[in-house]
Design a protein. Sequence first.
Length: 218
Amino acid sequence: MDAATLRRALRRVRFPEGLGWAVREATGDPDALFAEERVAVSKAIPARIAEFAGGRRAARAAMAQLGLPPCAIPARPDRAPHWPEGVLGSISHAGPVCLAVVGRRADWEMIGIDLEPDRPMAAELVPEIAAPDELAALAPLPRTLAATRIFSAKEAAYKAQYPVTRALFGFDAMQANLQIGRMNMAKNVGLGRGAVLPMWQLLVANHVISLCLSAKIG
């Protein structure tokens, strides 16, 4: 899949109000990055530089949809994006395609995005990603394909909560309930046991996109 194919598919999707989104190709163009951003990939291999640059280009294009000017989005020491003041967002990569979603902090508490090819994962990885009841809930999908969708959802949820909690934890700390659009914290880490993260997942252009959103109230 290329960026143009995903972009056309997403134009038919109705995203929630107050979000900007954009798709860009990974790129090795040195002019795609601000000087502050180049530090993060100064020693990286070309493939990592390309996805990093494509992701930043996508993020700036998403910001433009909200009327925000282009600016640097450096990487923090933990590699998470350092968004401009008043902006919250998330970036994901799948091969040569980069997807970014952004919003204003005044409107959104958490935003997390993940993009994955919608294909089965290696069977030996499945137990690390999902519990038997999570997989059974997506029957009759094969376990290896169900695990890919659960993986994507957990990635999006993790990325959404991380800027709030700075907590590191494994896949078993979350319990996916994709049929009703929820991710529950199953361990007392991050947002805490019992916390619920809204989850939106769709299939487009042979890819799965997971979006975890929490709007500010009041």
